[in-house]
Design a protein. Structure first.
Length: 345
């Protein structure tokens, strides 16, 4: 089967931070072709990194080196790889944060983004990385999502969303301190988050997303007794978005809203800040959740968990979330080919 005949999306698979579990996860997924039914997978990264991951996982891989994704073949048994030859894992620490590894992780992701911009790959799915390592390695962004937006010269709203068993979780603020997050929660930022969540889920095939909005304060402020943000900011934003046709409700107390969502009453929860949503979703399914960068022209997905430095090299890293990330990237890439980028973001 040639590329011309194959309708499966072509996904750039990036092995993440080489000092974490990403290379092992990448090798394990590639070793038995378990994702071949949903996508054509091409590795972008250093071959030595994935080969060490294969040794950690106890699997054997055969590679076919190509200069670019457009030259890759998927009918010969070997795994196509654009070998960047930029990362020697043996000179970097294992199982700990390394600024040099972070620098190289960013460099590798940037090359994958170049291929996406050139139209040579349909999506990018990457293994876990370390934000601190990348920042200290010279990529001066608080997270990879802002780096992607910069590399794509993106103008407009974007955000990370977490997807778990059909639930699409988003937030008004993300990778900032809690004190900063509270300062950033306002009418406009809540409306922006709700519009983006609605557009992203519609693009993913949910015809009329049902969104629950979390409160900021305990007991949703208890009628103003514990804070007035719910009365003065959050409820007016919900009402305004309802007027725009978005099916959103709230604010609900954050200690019970996820119970409603997980019971099927909603398709999504918009949290006010990072941990308000992450604690609930990671307790629900730590090795199942996927992070997607919503709002960008390129599809990016990654496991919602981290680099798991404590188990690197033990051959026990779970690949469930990474498999889910690849499946979601494939689905979104297919939808993007059919529909184009959403016009509401």
């Amino acid at each position: 089967m040639t590329n011309r005949d194959d309708e499966r999306p072509l996904i750039a698979l990036v092995p993440g931070d080489c000092t974490g579990i990403g290379p092992e996860q990448t090798a394990r997924i590639l070793s038995d072709g378990r994702m071949a039914d949903v996508a054509r997978l091409l590795v972008v990264g250093d071959r030595r990194v994935v080969e060490r991951g294969a040794r950690q996982a106890g699997v054997t891989l055969a590679f076919a080196e190509v200069d670019s994704p457009s030259r890759a073949r998927f009918d010969r048994g070997a795994i196509p790889i654009v070998d960047l030859k930029n990362t020697d894992p043996d000179v970097l620490p294992t199982g700990e944060m390394s600024p040099e590894a972070g620098r190289l992780t960013g460099e590798t992701l940037a090359r994958a983004v170049d291929f996406a911009k050139a139209g040579e790959v349909d999506a990018i799915s990457f293994a876990p990385l370390n934000k601190q390592a990348m920042y200290k390695g010279g990529w001066k962004f608080p997270d990879e999502h802002k780096m992607f937006a910069h590399l794509l010269a993106h103008v407009g709203p974007f955000s990370e969303m977490n997807v778990l068993e059909g639930q699409w979780m988003t937030r008004v603020t993300s990778h900032v301190s809690l004190r900063e997050a509270i300062d950033q929660i306002g009418f406009d930022s809540i409306c922006r988050a709700l519009r983006l969540a609605d557009a992203t889920m519609r693009h993913a095939g949910i015809a009329k997303p049902r969104i629950a909005v979390a409160a900021l304060n305990p007991h949703a402020g208890e009628g103003g007794l514990f804070g007035r943000e719910e009365i003065e900011i959050i409820a007016p934003a919900v009402k305004a978005m309802q007027a725009e046709g978005i099916d959103c409700k709230g604010p609900y107390p954050s200690d019970t809203v996820y119970l409603k969502a997980f019971a099927g009453e909603f398709d999504s929860v918009t949290a006010m800040y990072h941990d308000q949503g992450q604690i609930a979703t990671k307790l629900k399914g730590f090795n199942k959740g996927v992070t997607v960068t919503a709002g960008l022209a390129t599809v990016f997905t990654t496991p919602a968990h981290g680099t798991a430095y404590d188990i690197v090299g033990k051959g026990i890293a779970d690949v469930g979330a990474f498999e889910s990330a690849i499946s979601l990237a494939a689905m979104l890439a297919c939808r993007q080919k059919e529909m184009g980028s959403p016009d509401r973001w």
